[in-house]
Design a binder for this molecule. Structure first.
Ligand SMILES: [Zn+2]
Length: 238
């Protein structure tokens, strides 16, 4: 898909957005930081909810501002769903995929931290299921945006990961690539498959198709830099 994403310039940092999301406020920030995007989209650091991410598949449902915010701190979650306005749902990444979702009909949003372990554990499917269960979203109404993460160009994986994916997916060949005796995982391809299996139409899925490891100019990368910083992605209902 052409023009799947655009770069927004702000004096306090550039960020990417997806035209497909239309008026839903969202940003995939770069290593230049999140201040500019939060400012431009009417968010504040005080109203930014981020998670203690552990590469798991637990989904936090934010029904009540303060209680959920307090609860979120000690417990690990890798996805969050809400219909509350003025709370930016944020995910930190440095190679894993940030995935943002929005149901414009029911006005529900979600943010997901999706590395190989989270995807394999079902975090994407569980997030869509929670949007359906808690807020009556129809998967056909959900739009999903896959943010910048490590690409199949750089994401070499070992045999243990490969066999987990081959055992879990009949279509694993779509996102496992062999080159010169090494094996590479296409996380974005796996995420797309999970999203469509959860009922989201392929036409509702867009991606920032950039590799965090290749694009040192734009992104932190855990693989490339080891103790790298992380970039924020967030989504916000107004
Ligand atoms: Zn790459």
């Amino acid at each position: 898909m052409d023009n799947e994403f655009t770069l927004q310039e702000h004096e306090k940092g550039t960020y990417f957005k997806l035209p497909a999301f239309k008026r839903i406020r969202h940003a995939f920030c770069t290593r230049a930081g999140e201040t500019g995007a939060l400012e431009a989209l009417g968010g504040t650091p005080e109203r930014l909810l981020t998670l203690r991410q552990v590469h798991g598949a637990e989904v936090l449902v934010v029904n009540d501002d303060t209680r959920a915010l307090a609860l979120a701190l000690p417990q690990p979650y890798d996805a969050v769903v809400t219909e509350k306005k003025n709370i930016a749902l944020g995910i930190w990444t440095a190679d894993c995929l940030p995935i943002l979702m929005a149901d414009r009909t029911k006005k529900v949003i979600a943010a997901v931290h999706a590395g190989w372990r989270g995807i394999w554990s079902g975090v994407i499917e569980r997030t869509v299921a929670e949007m359906t269960r808690s807020f009556q979203s129809a998967p056909a109404d959900i739009w999903a945006g896959i943010g910048p993460g490590i690409g199949p160009c750089c994401y070499e994986v070992k045999e243990d990961v490969v066999s987990l994916f081959r055992n879990a997916y009949a279509a694993a060949d779509q996102f496992i690539q062999e080159r010169e005796g090494k094996t590479y995982l296409d996380l974005r391809g796996a995420a797309r498959l999970e999203l469509t299996q959860a009922g989201i139409p392929l036409a509702n899925i867009a991606a920032v198709n950039l590799c965090t490891s290749c694009r040192q100019d734009l992104f932190f990368s855990y693989r490339r830099e080891n103790n790298a910083g992380r970039q924020l992605s967030f989504i916000l209902l107004k």
